[in-house]
Design a binder for this molecule. Structure first.
Ligand SMILES: Cc1cc2nc3c(=O)[nH]c(=O)nc-3n(C[C@H](O)[C@H](O)[C@H](O)COP(=O)(O)OP(=O)(O)OC[C@H]3O[C@@H](n4cnc5c(N)ncnc54)[C@H](O)[C@@H]3O)c2cc1C
Length: 465
């Protein structure tokens, strides 16, 4: 019997990715009055990609980035590092919500991923990329047919995916739980997210973008044709503002109607020995996931640790965020148990790190956009669990909006129309917790959604991580 409590208690409560050397110097906080052409609020991937793209496009533009904590403090350094082409949280979700635009969205997603890779190469960012693709495994009988259908749909849309039967799946990686798989060869690249965030931050600084860390923005007020962005000890007068605070959904109140923070939990193992690696047979080093509604995602690091995350997606009443939402260890203990069910051959392996992070999700599980103050302010948020790649595109859309540019991107229904808002509290908490329970029940019941989930599906809304 594996003592998951002890295993989790022994893991360091820290994010593995940022628990390594190479973080940029912390920038001084905003004090006094400043002026900028563009202020970006939040320095996760959305904020950093917005700053980089805006500055490269117009080197004369004065850009200030205000971050409540430090570069990449949020989801951007806490994630699994699956950098995927999909802008829509997967093909099926894209087809369900934006069928008319799907080929454009697929093409834009592929181009976005290619441009991420070329930018990282061009700027010499050591993002430790592994261009390995991704396999999703069926671990319950009902998931086999789902995966077969998924492979057919993806192939019809020109994606380079292949269905793996049980034997072929277990040749790729050996787990007694695998019943089938779908290998997506080109749709995902594995990265070290902290190295990417830190590299983007340095590249922006070299181009002259000005950063202020520990500078939480409290309010944005219009004054004539400008916006006053106010922190605790200083303020910036700006022509344009991009809000890139994702799950925090602040200081722009409207974001809170559409974006809720969901806490996702991650464990990192100690490095595997050569014998342990051989017992897995994971030679292709692909990113992996299972096909449950509540699913795990996992991958190898450069030094052969396994990052293992997902499954529980915890919402805390009132859009609550912060360390109190990261601390409880039940979700970690649960996924530690799942880890050894998946890889019993690794019994005895320890976890070195455990952490949690906030995913900003919408009722359509993909990014949504808004503007305010005569379009002098734009926001992009809500990528759900697929924002590592999509945030660069989201930043591009926010720049189009704030600069008043009509582009192929701003014409998309996904950009023009907002998802259904979440209800206000206390109903929000009740609906989300009830829906979570129903998702769990569907997984126990052969993947079949009950009446509540079918009703939500009918209205084109739901809850996911
Ligand atoms: C555990 C976990 C695993 C994930 N795994 C993956 C994955 O493998 N692949 C994938 O594609 N996606 C994944 N995601 C999602 C992905 O990480 C996010 O979608 C993406 O990083 C969002 O970037 P962002 O810049 O929009 O938000 P964030 O990185 O969260 O940045 C928002 C920033 O805004 C700052 N901020 C908030 N309020 C204020 C304020 N008032 N003033 C100033 N600053 C403020 C915050 O401090 C934060 O730094 C995962 C997320 C989590 C949490």
């Amino acid at each position: 019997m594996i003592d998951t409590k002890a295993l989790v208690a022994n893991a360091k409560p820290a994010v593995f990715w940022s628990d390594q050397p190479g973080a940029p110097d912390v920038a001084p906080p905003l004090v006094g009055d400043d002026r900028a052409d563009l202020v970006i609020i939040g320095s996760g991937f959305t904020g950093l990609w917005a700053a980089l793209q805006a500055k490269e496009e117009d080197p004369g533009r004065e850009i200030v980035v205000l971050e409540a904590e430090v570069a990449g403090f949020g989801a951007s350094t806490r994630n699994g590092g699956f950098c995927e082409a999909s802008l829509t949280h997967g093909l099926e979700n894209g087809l369900a919500h934006w069928p008319k635009d799907i080929s454009t969205l697929l093409e834009m997603g592929e181009r976005n991923l290619a441009e991420i890779l070329s930018t990282v190469d061009r700027l010499g960012i050591d993002a430790r990329m592994d261009r390995t693709g991704q396999i999703t495994f069926a671990v319950k009988e009902w998931q086999v047919e789902h995966l077969r259908e998924h492979a057919e749909t993806a192939q019809r849309h020109g994606e380079d995916v292949v269905f793996l039967d049980e034997k072929a799946a277990r040749v790729e990686v050996d787990s007694p739980t695998y019943l089938a798989g779908v290998f997506d060869r080109n749709g995902a690249v594995l990265i070290d997210p902290a190295q990417l965030a830190w590299g983007l931050r340095r590249a922006c600084e070299e181009l002259g973008v000005r950063f202020h860390d520990h500078s939480r923005v409290r309010a944005i007020e219009p004054r004539a044709t400008e916006l006053i962005v106010a922190g605790h000890d200083g303020r910036v007068t700006a022509d344009r503002v991009i809000v890139a605070t994702n799950a925090w959904a602040e200081p722009e109140r409207e974001m809170r109607r559409y974006v809720v923070p969901i806490y996702d939990h991650v464990l990192m193992t100690e490095p595997l020995s050569n014998e342990q690696m051989a017992a897995l047979g994971w030679k292709g080093r692909q990113g992996l996931a299972d096909a449950g509604n509540q699913f795990h995602y996992y991958r190898l690091t450069m030094d052969n640790r396994i990052l293992w995350g997902g499954y529980d997606a915890n919402y805390h009443k009132g859009n609550a965020m912060g360390t109190a939402c990261e601390e409880p260890t039940e979700s970690h203990e649960k996924i530690a148990g799942h880890f050894f069910e998946t890889f019993p051959q690794l019994e005895g392996l320890q976890f070195s790190h455990r952490w949690a992070g906030p995913i900003g999700t919408t009722s359509k599980f993909a990014a949504t956009f808004g503007t305010n103050h005569d379009q002098r302010l734009a926001w992009a948020a809500g990528y759900t669990g697929l924002g590592v790649g999509a945030s660069r595109w989201g930043a591009r859309v926010a720049l189009d909006l704030v600069d008043g540019r009509s582009t192929e991107r701003t014409e998309l229904a996904m950009v023009r129309k907002k998802p259904m808002p979440f209800p206000p509290e206390p109903l929000r908490n009740m609906v989300i917790q009830f829906t979570r329970g129903q998702i769990e029940a569907a997984d126990r019941n052969g993947g079949r959604p009950g009446p509540w989930l079918r009703l939500l599906e009918k209205f084109g809304v739901g809850f996911d991580s």
